[in-house]
Design a protein around this ligand. Structure first.
Ligand SMILES: [Zn+2]
Length: 269
């Protein structure tokens, strides 16, 4: 079961999900200092001489329901774009694995109609994949049209890129909305051009591994360009945050604060 992370200084305590809402309401009524709006990523609540901190975690790309009082997720949809989105945030995009030449124009039409909805924080994942069987020209066509859509509606793009960094970067050359390359698991020399181009890298389960080349990539990526995600893995985003802090050798709080800044800069709601 997912649990909100609650830190009571100097001791750390944990509270179950069921208690959490009730607990926050109690705090709200009992504490003059409760002001989650002023500080979203770490709720600071003074309780007498104790300080309670509640971290907010951002999961920018997941294919699962990854909900919790202290997690803000962008759930990915590659079909059923006109489904109910109440209470959630999503990214909508045509994934290169599931393109269908016969229906591309129709799918792009439904995507364009729905991508404007306020719950849609990004277009994607979309991109280019050298390993999948999908026809390359079809992939390029679908990617170009989704880049154009994102530009038109001023929303960021979440990119799927497999063995096609040069091609993806060249397609993105004239883009003016933010771009996030998700699922990064490559060595630094491969992804450095993405950072040089001003884009963001989103890391997931790869940083739970002990592959030194991935850890090196993560260490080399400036925190101002980092996002974290669970993608299709059954993982808790809080574990990825912990691992990120360990690899960067900085307090988890620093990651929490910077990633919230990044989120607010890129995914303006
Ligand atoms: Zn994905």
């Amino acid at each position: 079961m997912k649990r909100p992370s609650i830190y009571l200084l100097p001791e750390r305590i944990r509270i179950s999900n069921e208690n959490f809402t009730h607990f926050c309401l109690l705090l709200k009524h009992n504490s003059k200092d409760y002001n989650p709006v002023a500080c979203k990523s770490i709720f600071r609540i003074n309780l007498g001489n104790k300080l309670l901190l509640i971290f907010m975690f951002y999961n920018v790309h997941t294919h699962r329901q990854s909900r919790g009082k202290d997690v803000l997720s962008i759930e990915n949809r590659y079909e059923n774009f006109d489904s109910d989105l109440s209470g959630i945030y999503v990214s909508l995009g045509l994934h290169p694995w599931y393109l269908d030449a016969g229906h591309l124009e129709a799918q792009l039409g439904i995507l364009a109609k729905n991508a404007r909805r306020p719950e849609v924080l990004a277009v994607g994942e979309c991109g280019l994949d050298r390993i999948t069987d999908t026809d390359w020209t079809l992939q390029v066509t679908a990617f170009r049209k989704q880049i154009a859509l994102a530009q038109h509606i001023h929303k960021p793009v979440i990119v799927h890129c497999v063995k096609a960094f040069n091609e993806v970067l060249s397609e993105l050359k004239n883009i003016s909305v933010p771009v996030v390359f998700h699922g990064v698991n490559k060595k630094w020399s491969v992804v450095q051009p993405v950072i040089d181009a001003g884009y963001f890298l989103s890391f997931g389960k790869a940083i739970l591994s002990d592959h030194e080349y991935i850890l090196e990539t993560f260490r080399a990526t400036p925190l101002e360009r980092v996002f974290l995600e669970t993608d299709d893995a059954e993982l808790d985003i809080r574990e990825i945050y912990k691992s990120a802090a360990r690899i960067k050798n900085i307090p988890e709080k620093e990651i929490v604060l910077q990633l919230e800044k990044n989120f607010n800069n890129v995914f303006k709601q």
